[in-house]
Design a protein around this ligand. Structure first.
Ligand SMILES: [Zn+2]
Length: 227
């Protein structure tokens, strides 16, 4: 087996070449994106390079599809995201996988927006449940899904509302509840910031909050959110 690199219109392609008893040439892309070529001895290196170069567009497309299959998560389950050309642009669940329907001219930004809308809607469906949890604890707080940059949630004293990041729909419900309870603790301990009074309130609402917070940090780093 040898490693070869060729220059193509799609950029350099490095591939592993094995000389085998095959008819002409086989080109395969492994799940990690590496390119593996089996070629018959009689072909010669230059012809093999040419054949791989001729498939450069196909290799690029296939690799792009593979990047979509890196860890995505929904409701705590690892799932595949598949892209299919079609219209209108939208992301939905089909047979336990995320299907992203994209018109041919859709930009990456538009695709990400469609994925975002899918998660935001899924989280929105959970809000009545969360509101009931707050009511059970005698706290009135209106949960809502809001675009947030760097935080999972926030609490507004002014409107007694809790904003939640759409991406929380990706994680197990335990973690959504943790974020919600964190924000409820702010409602219970006004003016305390993240001081001792706040943590006392949080522990009363959710004794195992620390373990859930660690898990949220881990999953937040391990899962993909944007294409
Ligand atoms: Zn906080």
């Amino acid at each position: 087996m040898s490693t070869r690199t060729i220059t193509t219109e799609q950029g350099d392609i490095t591939y592993e070449l094995s000389i085998k008893r095959v008819k002409n040439i086989n080109i395969r892309i492994h799940p990690d994106g590496s390119v593996h070529v089996s070629a018959a001895r009689y072909m010669g290196m230059r012809a093999v390079d040419e054949a791989v170069r001729g498939r450069a567009a196909w290799i690029a497309t296939h690799r792009a599809e593979l990047t979509l299959s890196k860890p995505w998560m929904f409701a705590g389950q690892t799932i595949q995201l598949t892209e299919r050309v079609g219209s209108p642009l939208r992301c939905h669940l089909e047979n336990g996988a995320l299907l992203l329907t994209t018109p041919p001219n859709a930009t990456l930004e538009q695709k990400n927006a469609a994925i975002h809308i899918f998660y935001a809607n899924a989280l929105r469906a959970k809000l009545p449940e969360l509101q009931a949890l707050a009511a059970e604890r005698g706290i009135s707080a209106r949960p809502r899904v809001k675009d947030m940059r760097s935080r999972w949630g926030s609490y507004s004293y002014k409107t007694a509302s809790i904003s939640l990041h759409a991406r929380l729909a990706a994680f197990p419900e335990d973690l959504l509840i943790y974020v919600f309870m964190h924000e409820l603790a702010h409602a219970k301990a006004p003016g305390q910031g993240h001081g001792p009074g706040f943590y006392k309130a949080l522990a009363a609402l959710l004794p195992d909050y620390a373990a859930r917070r660690r898990e949220l940090q881990r999953l937040g780093q391990a899962t993909r959110w944007e294409l």
